[in-house]
Design a protein around this ligand. Sequence first.
Ligand code: PMP
Ligand code: GLN
Length: 413
Amino acid sequence: LPKRYGAGEKSVWVEYIQLAAEYKPAVNLGQGFPDYHAPEHVTKALSEIPTSDNPLLNQYTRGFGHPRLVQNLSKVYSPLVGREIDPFNEILVTSGAYEALFSAILGHVDEGDEVIVIEPFFDCYDYMIKSAGGIPKFIALQPKANGDNVTSADWVLDEKELASLFNSKTKMIILNTPHNPLGKAFTQKELELIADLCKKHNVLCLSDEVYEWMVYEPVKHIRIATFPGMWERTITIGSAGKTFSVTGWKTGWAYAHAPLMRNLQVVHQNCVYTCCTPVQEAVARSFEYELARINSPDCYFYSLARELLPKRDFLVKTLRENGFKPTLPEAGYFIIADWTNLTNKIDLSAEPDKYKDYKFTKKLAKEAGLLAIPPTAFYSEEHKHLGENFARFCFIKKDENLVLAEKLLKEWN
Ligand code: PMP
Ligand code: GLN
């Protein structure tokens, strides 16, 4: 394996999906995806396309994005960013948000460039930066409170430490709001600080906003691309998988000022070239359906968070009642929970893994039949100790499975 991949040969997703297949846990709260149906209009749209009157919908479409989809993305995002987004020059459709991240990083980061990454971070950022020859510089969100009612807003960056990471070699900062795995929605003030540092040091901001619609009242999702002087230096990423609860469709996008998008297009045209046409057509029709009811509470962009809220509250309560200290997430569909109060009850010595959270989650899967993700996968080597006492639970699951999780935890406890 080329050296630039570093430790990237190990992937928590490959390992834990394999684990799920082996242990067959009764409840899988690991990888983030719903275990129930997506909205009917979304799946129905896809089912109709291959046999429709238009044979071209089964053939290659425009490389940088199917015209009907980029036009709809422009209609969705233009009002949200307060400017007219050019569908043909300022949007790129990608193979999941994953490829949007890849094209943005490979298209902008050069040998020796530094990229600031906020920990915990979606694991692929690190390997993508390294495969571009860049150098990741890590800074961790840390909980400023430690009581029983910690929320994701309590996890904050040290402002001086953040400022100290910016220098003449810094090319980019990667922001993820709403945040996986903490569920943090960065505040106006926090984003202002990041925006000011980006402008002062001429740095790009890659804003991963795939959880943009899963935000719980009264918290609001704020787009850093809307800050003064930030449109010219921000690349924003979204995902149809998250937006419409169809993670298997692996369709995402990036939008940004045309000169920034050009670099992403170059990576995309030489790698994926063009994404699946029927899926793009179905995502386009799904957006049209939602745009037609954008002012109604039924619009999926708003109903999804309402549907998730009781699931979040149920799982937080269940975890609390069973010895965990969960951080209440303001957004997203994950809960980070501290399990140190359970240390006395379990013997982790037989598990061969290096990090305690890997040992704990494997034990939990084997003994309780409940799968969670070890958060040290979301930290750099030097900061892995910060994630060791936690496990990540996903709550976009059927109520009956959340109730089963409660039963399994009670029996195990
Ligand atoms: N960014 C974050 C923060 C994620 O959690 C995920 C996982 N879905 C992605 C990007 C990738 O999204 P997609 O499935 O659309 O590739
Ligand atoms: N974003 C999802 C999660 O964090 C899926 C991750 C993946 O498939 N790589 O669980």
